[in-house]
Design a protein around this ligand. Structure first.
Ligand SMILES: Cc1cc2nc3c(=O)[nH]c(=O)nc-3n(C[C@H](O)[C@H](O)[C@H](O)COP(=O)(O)O)c2cc1C
Ligand code: SF4
Length: 468
């Protein structure tokens, strides 16, 4: 099969000068999908997207077409919210689309709105993305001028308005109902579900919230067809009940941390963690890998024993972690895993919105136990205590949470996985009463005691070929 190669589809020509303008975007095939779009019946388009296997790139990996099929047809108005909050640590691919190819997002928004009969769309942009928002606003203005947005688009009778809305820098405003509350002008505090936004969302009307990368896939599906799309990525046979076998398309993997060439790599879904690290130039200075977070900071950490797991929705789920936002954070042998967890827990304790007691009180509690272990003030039994408190926020093995939103599980997953998988290093801090960085072989819990072991990789119907 040879060495895996990048396959740029969304990121094709992304670095061309002026790619953020309508002129350059159209010179390179931009808005071509609209030539076909208005000939496709909305219901047929929903079926196409379902059939393509496209799954949400924002974290949950839910089937996009299936979500669209839940939207009631007879309720007006309906809304689309493009989620450009991108605040998951380790994730930075949406930001570059806003800055360099904002028209691709607009094209995707037009497609989603046509399919769903939506006439108003909002793009919720993370407040810190000032350049991205400026370029997106300019692109929206160009699209209105060119008759691609506004009234009677291309003489079809279809109207669509798009507005941007800056966030104020809260991680929880990336959660879809927190985003909706914030868009309504309230504090960004998640809502209880059900009802799900597809039925009752913005201003209590049916609302589809969709990630920037997810929407950016749509022009290519419309233009090239479902079969073309399904020929990219990995599809598995015989997955257990409840595990979706579809991993079609490419994925924008954000590889960061201790690799030689950190950055966004667009490849067919299904590369292993090891292959992704190689693609990013390997671990810096030829050092050993100690830990890898495969899907943004909320995803359970992987040990060096787990690097041959394909980085796709199905396999990572079956190996008790997740693809999440595609933020692959690589840590080499110099890393103190207790300090790494402390860093994450400081973040989560700061970002809890405070509505639910287990999250509001439990997250700082987990942080404080981690801190005292790191600082050498840990007591015997603290590692179990840490795991117990985290599991009270969300039970990671049962995959249940005692909170309104899944922020609770986003806290418990890294906490429990770090403490279980790097227990020897945590215990060494307590024993020695000071920060200790153990060699990799000694720091990791033996694989047979590892809760994600043995690895499960189902048989595939199709895998990436690199034959291009
Ligand atoms: C705490 C938290 C933060 C989230 N942050 C983001 C985010 O920044 N961007 C995003 O697209 N989805 C984020 N999500 C996922 C959204 O709730 C939602 O599932 C997603 O935007 C749906 O779009 P998709 O189906 O295209 O992925 C977050 C979820 C949680 C629980
Ligand atoms: S789990 Fe945390 S972030 Fe989510 S609603 Fe409850 S307190 Fe807020």
């Amino acid at each position: 099969m040879g060495t895996p190669k990048e396959l740029r589809i969304l990121y094709e020509n992304i670095d061309l000068p002026g790619m953020y303008t309508l002129e350059v975007y159209q010179q390179h095939g931009g808005y071509k999908s609209l030539e076909k779009l208005f000939e496709i019946e909305p219901d047929a388009l929903i079926e196409m997207v379902k059939e393509s296997g496209l799954r949400g790139r924002g974290g949950a990996g839910f089937s996009t077409g299936l979500k669209w099929s839940f939207v009631p047809k007879d309720v007006e108005p309906k809304y689309l919210c493009a989620n450009a909050d991108e605040s998951e640590p380790g994730t930075f691919s949406n930001r570059y689309i806003l800055q360099q190819k904002p028209h691709m997002l607009i094209e995707g928004i037009i497609i989603a709105c046509w399919a769903l009969g939506i006439h108003t769309a909002y793009v919720y942009v993370r407040g810190e993305f000032t350049l991205g928002k400026k370029r997106l606003d300019a692109a929206i203005a160009e699209a209105y001028q060119a008759g691609l947005l506004g009234k009677n688009i291309r003489g079809t009778g279809f109207d669509l308005d798009v507005y941007t809305h800056p966030g104020a820098g809260a991680y929880i405003c990336g959660e879809e109902t927190g985003l909706i509350e914030s868009l309504e002008g309230k504090r960004g505090q998640p809502r209880n579900k059900p009802p799900f936004p597809a039925v009752q969302g913005l201003f209590m009307k049916p609302t589809v919230v969709q990630n920037v990368e997810t929407l950016s896939n749509l022009p290519f599906i419309v233009q090239n067809g479902v079969e073309w799309y399904k020929n990219l990525g990995t599809i598995y046979k015989d997955t257990p009940r409840g595990v979706d076998p579809m991993n079609t398309g490419t994925k924008l993997y954000c590889v960061s941390g201790h690799v030689e060439r950190p950055g966004v790599y667009e490849v067919e879904m299904g590369l292993t963690v090891r292959e992704l690290i190689e693609m990013a130039g390997g671990v810096r200075g030829g050092r050993q890998v100690k830990a890898v977070i495969p899907g943004g900071s909320s995803a359970p950490v992987l040990t060096p024993y787990e690097l041959d797991v394909p980085c796709d929705f199905t396999c990572l789920q079956m190996n008790k972690t997740m693809l999440g936002s595609g933020g692959v954070i690589v840590m080499d042998e110099t890393v103190n895993t207790v300090e790494a967890l402390l860093n994450l827990m400081e973040f989560y304790a700061h970002e809890s919105c405070g509505q639910c007691t287990p999250c509001r009180n439990g997250t700082p509690w987990v942080r404080d136990i981690t801190r005292r272990i790191f600082e050498g003030r840990g007591k015997p039994g603290d590692v179990d205590h840490l795991i117990e408190v985290a599991n009270m926020i969300a039970d990671v093995d049962a995959f249940t949470w005692n909170t309104i939103c899944v922020f609770g599980i986003a806290v418990a997953w890294p906490a429990v996985s770090f403490a279980r998988k790097f227990r020897p290093e945590f215990e060494a801090h307590i024993r020695e009463g000071r920060p200790v960085v153990l060699p990799v072989e000694e720091a990791v819990t033996p694989p047979e005691e590892n809760y994600a072991w043995p690895q499960t990789i189902p048989e595939a119907v199709r895998r990436p070929t690199w034959d291009y």
